[in-house]
Design a protein around this ligand. Structure first.
Ligand SMILES: [Zn+2]
Ligand SMILES: [Zn+2]
Length: 137
């Protein structure tokens, strides 16, 4: 005769809980975690909430990083246009810095002036600071 479930005592025990070692029936057993329902309630209670909620977190962080990068690019473009207008040389050199993580990619059209290059370096430094701060948090 088969052994009865250690939890409900009604059905035949077909599984052994990995946590407490009790023989339990399929009604009192969670095959995904391989523990009995008694131990499952303890595990869930200890963790506070299911683990599924934290899955989307790194993607959101990456999106924020990209958004910050694009914001820096827009500010940089505005500064470049302003500086070329203020200098009054008439030669507008277009350029952009795109960040992929901490790595800046320089895009330039027309004469790549020293101003733009310095600005690119400054933006790189700002980008790296942003990235490091983001990682520490
Ligand atoms: Zn049972
Ligand atoms: Zn158990």
């Amino acid at each position: 005769m088969a052994e009865k479930c250690g939890l409900c005592g009604e059905y035949a025990a077909r599984y052994v809980c990995e946590s407490c070692g009790r023989n339990v029936c399929e009604n009192c057993f969670d095959p995904q975690r391989w523990v009995c329902t008694d131990c499952l309630s303890k595990i869930v209670g200890r963790m506070g909430q299911p683990t599924e909620t934290s899955v989307g977190y790194p993607q959101k962080r990456l999106l924020l990083l990209f958004f910050t990068g694009f914001l820096i690019v827009f500010i940089g473009m505005a500064l470049m246009i302003m500086s070329s207008l203020l200098s009054g040389t008439g030669s507008v050199s277009g350029g952009a810095v795109i960040f992929i993580g901490p790595i800046p990619i320089l895009l330039g059209s027309g004469p790549f002036s020293l101003q733009v290059f310095i600005l690119a370096i400054v933006l790189t430094v700002i980008g790296v600071i942003f990235f490091v701060r983001d990682k520490r948090r």
